[in-house]
Design a protein around this ligand. Sequence first.
Ligand code: FAQ
Length: 311
Amino acid sequence: MSLHNEEALFLKKIEQEIKIEARDWMPEEYRKTLIRQISQHAHSEIVGMLPEGAWITRAPNLRRKLILLAKVQDEAGHGLYLYSSAETLGITRDELIHQLHTGKAKYSSIFNYPTLTWADIGAIGWLVDGAAIMNQVMLCRTSYGPYARAMVKICKEESFHQRQGYESLLALSKGSDQQKAMLQDAVNRWWWPSIMMFGPSDSESTNSEKSMLWKIKRQSNDDLRQRFVDATVDQANILGVTLPDPALKWNEARGHYDFGEINWDEFWNVVKGNGPCNKQRLAARVEAHEKGQWVRDAAMAYADKKKKRAA
Ligand code: FAQ
């Protein structure tokens, strides 16, 4: 088939909602965009284990510890499905990890903030997983088959994560004055970074046009952010917390909440590597990778031995 026909067939599949599969012809830019987005997503899941992992030994009781352990393990699983999905596009896991460790690949800005108190763990579940689901449900319908299928399982687990976070905050909201203050403080610190997670506003989103055309992304950054704000206000009221935005107000004409201006300088500063924990997060990943070298060596040696024996 000529290149022209290949491209026409690809676009027809996209139009008809037929998934693109690993062996199908695809434009080079589509492949690159997917590798970029899926690997950044995978890195986010893996780096995202760090702020929560810091509280496993300090969870207030056995039940909370078990839940948190399970959640952090889920994030590792998500990272692994996503790395596997990126690998179907012709890049190796080693290259992907190298890109993360050398700062070439991004991961979500949100994981560069510290988890200072136990309430932060609940706030991550409620707000960060809540924002993640809002963004990721559309990815179950993304045009690339291996990514879409990975996202179905991930979204089911993220939905459990969001609920466990909310339930844990609900317990704090019914607790002592000190617990209520801890809850409010966590919400004050996580609210703005959570709404930044959706990425730059549509007018600044360099990848959106192509990604929407190819149905990699199905909804825009700003639309998803608005949906998240709209969904979260009632939940905040039930918790009895104030969202730290004086401009947050229901707009009858728009049928949405208005909200204040995002501090984009802060967002880009964090994305560029200068957030409160960027250096610490990357250093932790690099160290874990180096310390795991013997496991990879042992697995390779075993595979080698097995191959020789079979021969
Ligand atoms: N942080 O043109 P756009 C989770 C970059 S997983 C850092 O709009 P795009 C689970 C963007 O890469 C959270 N960088 O980009 C969990 C681009 O730079 P590039 C992660 C950001 O790709 C919970 C530039 O800005 N979720 O939370 C961010 O079309 C709890 C221009 O932006 C996903 O990755 C940001 N927040 O849209 C785990 C979902 N936003 O690459 C543990 C999949 C933008 O050209 C605990 N990804 N940038 O150099 C997506 O849906 C998209 O990639 C967006 C960005 C929406 C994130």
